[in-house]
Design a protein around this ligand. Sequence first.
Ligand code: SF4
Length: 189
Amino acid sequence: KDAVEISLKDIDQLARTSFPLCMHHMLEKLRENHHLKHGGRMQFGLFLKGAGLKLEDALAFWRAEFSQKVGSERFDKEYAYSIRHNYGKEGKRTDYTPYSCQKIISATPGVGDHHGCPYRHFGEENLRAALNKMGISGHPLEEIMDKVKNRHYQLACTLTFEAAHGVSCDTGINHPNQYFSESQKVLKV
Ligand code: SF4
């Protein structure tokens, strides 16, 4: 396991350059709504932990958004516990592991949920728009949409990684935190 650390002030920048679409989407929704439902808090919170966000920063990050919606008192009472819990600081003290693509793809997000895998759970128009926003269009975009039609979601994500970074990713994408660390490797050389 690599010991990279990410800090609070870098999250938005890192999201633009190195987060897979699933996590980028949740950050956008969190910034927009100042809230994420349980499934999103788990999927995104554990990803951030895996990417190297420390507990204190994680609490500050979620508090800054949620307090705009529910107030900081209610945040501290109702939500802070589960964040500490994700870091193994409460309850059974299990160190929760970030979700793999397979687990995320098999989720069943309901109305108002923003977790899940965009390649699996977005409608075609929304997915095309999201990929366009990442600067992907033309032939690479059609190749990605073709993988999606054939239900090869991780391959679609791998092609997105390749289009966004201009390198090939021979191992393929199987974990959001792997996407993140591969991206950081490419960008830091
Ligand atoms: Fe996220 Fe994995 Fe889906 Fe890519 S394939 S968007 S990393 S869940």
